[in-house]
Every structure is written in C-alpha cells, then in structure tokens.
Write a protein that binds this ligand. Structure first.
Ligand code: 5AD
Length: 351
C-alpha cells in the first residue's frame, strides 16, 4: 500500500520523489493527504519567502504571433483576433504607472511578433532599466536565436519566461503545429540559462491529450532543469481555436501541482496565475496557500486588455489588474501575507 505521508515527508526533506511516487500523489484524492501536502508546501514557501508575495506588472506588448499553437487564442490563424502592438512609449507609460503602484518587476510578454525584433525590444529594455534601475525586467517573447537572447540580456533584461508546455514530445506535437518542436524549446531554455537569465518554464494543466504520466514527466523535467520560476495554470479553451470545445483543466489539480513544485523546488518563484484565478474563485489566495509566492497583475493599457485573449473569459480586473493592487493587498492580508516593494529575485541570485 502506498504511504502518501512518506512521499510528502520525502519531498519535504529531500525535495525529490520518484516517478512512481509522483504518479501516486497525483492520483490520490484523499482530502486528508491533499491537505497535508498543501500545508507542507505552504510551510516551505514561508520558510523561503516569509509572508511575502512578490508582484510583477504584466505588460502584454503585442498579440501578433507568427505561431499557430492549437490552444492559444492569439494563434496566427485566428482571423477574429483583433491585433495590436504597443509602441515603446506606451510600454514606458505602463512602467510609470506600475512603478507608482509599487511594482518593481515588469514582465514584457508578447506573441512572436516580427516587428518587435531584437533591436526594438532591446531599446525598450535598456530605456526601462535607465529610468528604473531598481526594477527587474522579465521578457516573455517566445523562441529566438541565442544571439538575440544575448542582445536582450546585454540590454539589461534579467529574466525570461518560456513555458515548455509539455515535456513529452508526442504530446507536444498534438498541441503545436509541425514546425514547432519540443527539442527547439528545450534548446532555447538551455541557452537562456547559459546566458545568465533567471529562467522560468512551465506547463498547462489539463491541456488536450495530457495524461497523468505526462504530468509526471513535466515534474521530473522541471526538477532536472532546476528553473528559477515555474508557471502553471489550467488549460482554458478559447472558442476560436481547434480546442474550442475541449474541457478546461482542473483548478484543484493545478493547486496540487503548485504544492508538489514548491516542495521539489523550495526556492523557485511560483506564480498563482491568471488562468488559475480565472477558473477558481479566490484563485490568487488559493494559489498562495498552496505554496505559490508570486502574482502578476495586468499592467497593459485598458483598451488592449480584451485583445490579449489567450483563452475565453481571461480575467483582467479586480486583483488581476494593476490598478486593483490595493484590493490585491487586502486579499493577501486576509490570509496573512503582504507584498514588499521588491524585485523579488530568486533567493540565491547575486546582482
Ligand atoms: N489556456 C491556458 N493557458 C494558455 N496559454 C496559452 N493558451 C492558453 C489556454 N488556452 C498559456 C501558455 C503560454 C502562456 C503565455 O499562456 O502556457 O505559455
């Protein structure tokens, strides 16, 4: 018989588990065991970060994308998507708003947009760092050549988010067009780390065709890669994509995965994501209580927020919005957390 408490204990002490142990934990639905896992993860997060939750201002700078990922609402073949691209001035204005609200990390996320090539984005990053030297800049702009990643790093970018989406190559092929390969994605992740970025990866929970064994592969890949950040959220269908009629992933399973990730990577920055908060009531609070330590409020200009629709009903108001930061602070205070005015780097990073 599986002793689940022993698996949780091993995760707490060794920050590791075998494939069989992870599988058993993922398949377990016993409320007592799930609560023990959650408590262990929350305790680990508090040991690493105290009662601090770090905020990142998310600036969705372009929804043009040359890729055609089957799950994503801004895929190139979605003719119904209304496309926009922020100018460098608009991006800088978002940063000014965010800085005044106490945010000290700006995340520039966009589709793979040719107009935001190496040079243009490098100039924006350099200008943000010139104006706000006490802030971190995170980029999330897809797969690029190592030279371009290097150019952006030299311009001052500190961190890079690139989810691996699934660590299983066959599953990857079912979610992406033929020209996108898991091997290329992993090459990009390795090169980002080598260049010196704090690197984030991650995956969707409950994406079409995903099996529980795939999730074990995701966890083992992440443990081995040892990223600085891991983003996980439930898959949520977008009506104008091939997966429009699929079921959404499970919020509860996402929370369980956050807890396991917290124990596997005790120091990693783990966000309670927008997708989680879109699917679950009090998703931010629930994510933090499950071991997450980051929330990324939306700093994009109001008039484009509806357009960056990766999935249906994506939230961008209330605690999800930068102008809702006071509300978010109240939600965090309710569960005993606060948010310091801090870049919130990975604990061991020396700057
Ligand atoms: N549901 C949930 N998450 C999604 N993403 C893209 N489309 C969806 C969707 N339909 C996630 C991907 C991507 C990140 C920016 O958003 O994991 O890496």
């Amino acid at each position: 018989m599986t002793n689940y408490f022993e698996i949780i204990h091993k995760l707490q002490i060794e920050h590791n588990a075998s494939a069989a142990e992870l599988l058993a934990l993922l398949q377990c639905n016993d409320a007592k065991i799930l609560e023990a896992l959650r408590q262990a993860a929350q305790a680990q997060a508090q040991q690493t970060f105290g009662n601090n939750v770090y905020l990142r201002g998310l600036i969705e700078f372009s929804n043009f994308c040359k890729n055609d990922c089957l799950y994503c609402g801004i895929r190139r073949s979605n003719r119904k998507a209304s496309r926009y691209r922020l100018t460098p001035q608009e991006i800088l204005k978002c940063c000014a708003t965010g800085y005044a609200l106490g945010l000290r990390t700006f995340v520039l996320q966009g589709g793979e947009d040719f107009a935001y090539d190496d040079k243009r984005l490098a100039e924006v990053v350099a200008e943000i760092k010139r104006r706000y030297p006490d802030c971190a800049v995170t980029l999330s702009a897809g797969e690029r050549k190592p030279e371009i990643y290097r150019q952006w790093f030299e311009a001052g970018a500190d961190r890079y988010l690139l989810r691996h989406e699934t660590a299983n190559p066959e599953h990857y092929a079912k979610l992406h067009p033929a020209e996108l390969k898991l091997a290329t994605r992993l090459e990009c992740l390795r090169s980002l780390k080598e260049i010196g970025y704090q690197v984030g990866t991650g995956f969707m929970v409950g994406s079409p065709y995903q099996t529980v064994e795939n999730l074990v592969e995701d966890l083992l890949f992440i443990k081995g890669f040892n990223p600085h950040m891991v983003g996980t959220g439930p898959f949520i269908p977008h009506k104008d994509t091939p997966f429009g009629e699929e079921d959404a992933g499970s919020g509860q399973l996402t929370l369980k995965l956050i807890s396991i990730l917290r124990l596997l990577l005790p120091k990693a920055n783990l966000p309670a994501t927008t997708a989680l908060n879109t699917l679950l009531p009090n998703g931010h609070q629930q994510g933090i209580l499950a071991g997450a330590n980051v929330i990324m409020p939306n700093l994009s200009p109001q008039n484009v927020r509806d357009k960056y629709t990766l999935y249906d009903n994506k939230k961008h108001s209330g605690s999800e919005a930068a102008e809702g930061v006071a509300f978010l602070r109240k939600l965090l205070a309710e569960i005993g957390y606060e948010n310091p005015i801090s870049r919130g780097d990975y604990p061991d990073v020396i700057r």
